[in-house]
Design a protein around this ligand. Structure first.
Ligand code: BGC
Length: 400
């Protein structure tokens, strides 16, 4: 198979970062998170330089032979509506450019995902897009892809501890956290509290292995910490650190169990006013726990989320979930598609972040799209009129 050196791109030597809106959602430059990630091991790559510049990668020869290029999509799971929608959007965008697309879902099983990716390599895919179930366990299979000359793009979850990743495409994860924090402050009326008044809050954060989860936490705490410090927010469990609040696999069920324990152990004499949940799935767990504990419209807490899944939209309309963070996966798919095109043709994709996504081997060149908050007031305009879901899809969404 004819191979060509992928045209060099240096993640640190990239010239002025190219910035343009992330059509069609209209994105802007995200804030950089320069806060060191405490979970990160020291960077092992001397210069933090992408090894992709030396990689041999597949090129355009299949196009000239008339055969379609094969793009493989490896998604973490199907049980959350978000990844199904991501895959569907990407398939559509890629097929429109005449790629053939294979999709596998790993049901949150790292070993299964590894095997699925190995199959993609064996099938001589031209590019593999990976949203990891476990971001730390795909090192060896990513190396195999690199050895086979197949470019790898990390989709919304950074692949850790490997230099075999060409690009990362995601949303501004720290920005998601600050957006959640600001919306909580506003919906819980934290600025309007009288002297001595406070609201109770508990935190339900994402998987420790997912860098997004920690960035989100950092952004959230930038907004929440001052309120905790001056007593306008009170966390009865005192579990406010990332390590104390992260929930493995972003599991809805584990969030439910944790929330039940908190309610039984700390909120028998006083109500819980705010559940700071880092995703819609985690919010669903809290909602279940609160319903079981007998919370009603009269004392229902502020509950955050992330992803604007159809079920979350339904809950927002009903008032059960206060808001979610809208990450238009059509925008992400479009951006990822440009990266695929660049990777398979040996050109450079547009990126807008060269600082935040250190995977302990290199700082992965990234494009971060901008999220927005969706609540009862703008759901119809952004989600339904914006063509993300129809009103019927939202109405039909159910927890089962
Ligand atoms: C994504 C979130 C998603 C979470 C759980 C994270 O990596 O950034 O959008 O809610 O995974 O699936």
């Amino acid at each position: 198979m004819k191979k060509k050196i992928l045209s060099a791109f240096l993640c640190i030597a990239l010239p002025a970062v190219l910035l343009s809106g992330c059509a069609p959602g209209g994105t802007t430059e995200p804030d950089s998170d320069k806060t060191p990630d405490s979970s990160d091991k020291p960077d092992e790559s001397e210069e933090n330089q992408s090894s992709a510049q030396q990689d041999e990668t597949k090129t355009d020869e299949t196009a000239s032979s008339g055969e379609k290029k094969k793009i493989a999509l490896s998604m973490p799971e199907k049980s959350s509506g978000r990844w199904v929608k991501d895959a569907a959007n990407m398939k559509k965008a890629l097929e429109a450019l005449d790629y053939s697309v294979e999709i596998q879902f790993a049901e949150n099983d790292a070993k299964l995902q590894e095997a699925q990716i190995a199959d993609f390599i064996a099938a001589e895919s031209d590019c593999i897009v990976i949203a990891a179930a476990d971001a730390e366990s795909l090192v060896s299979v990513s190396e195999s892809a690199k050895e086979a000359g197949i470019p790898v793009i990390a989709y919304d979850r950074l692949l850790m501890d490997t230099d075999a990743v060409h690009y990362f495409v995601s949303f501004d994860n720290k920005g998601v956290g600050t957006a959640i924090g600001k919306a909580i402050a506003q919906k819980a009326g934290l600025e309007e509290l009288a002297e001595g008044e406070y609201k109770t809050i508990e935190f339900f954060m994402g998987s420790k292995k997912d860098k997004n989860a920690r960035l989100l936490y950092n952004g959230l705490m930038e907004v929440m910490q001052p309120y905790l410090d001056d007593g306008r927010l009170v966390c009865r469990t005192e579990r406010t650190s990332f390590d104390d609040t992260c929930i493995s696999d972003w599991s809805s069920k584990k969030a439910q169990e944790r929330c039940e324990n908190y309610l039984e152990g700390y909120y028998m004499d006083e109500e819980l006013d705010i559940c700071a949940a880092a995703s819609d799935g985690l919010a669903y767990g809290c909602i279940q726990a609160l319903q079981t504990a007998g919370y009603t419209d009269q004392n229902w807490p502020v509950i955050s989320g992330q992803d604007c899944e159809a079920l979350a939209c339904k809950y927002i309309q009903e008032g059960t979930q206060s808001f979610s963070i809208y990450k238009d996966t059509r925008v992400l798919a479009e951006r990822c598609t440009s990266m695929v095109q660049a990777a398979v043709s040996g050109t450079e994709a547009e990126i807008n972040d060269t600082e935040q996504y250190d995977n302990r081997k290199l700082i992965v060149p990234a494009y971060l799209c901008m999220p927005s908050v969706v609540d009862k007031d703008n759901l119809e305009e952004l989600i339904i009129d914006g063509g993300y879901y129809t009103a019927d899809e939202i109405a039909a969404a159910s927890a089962d």
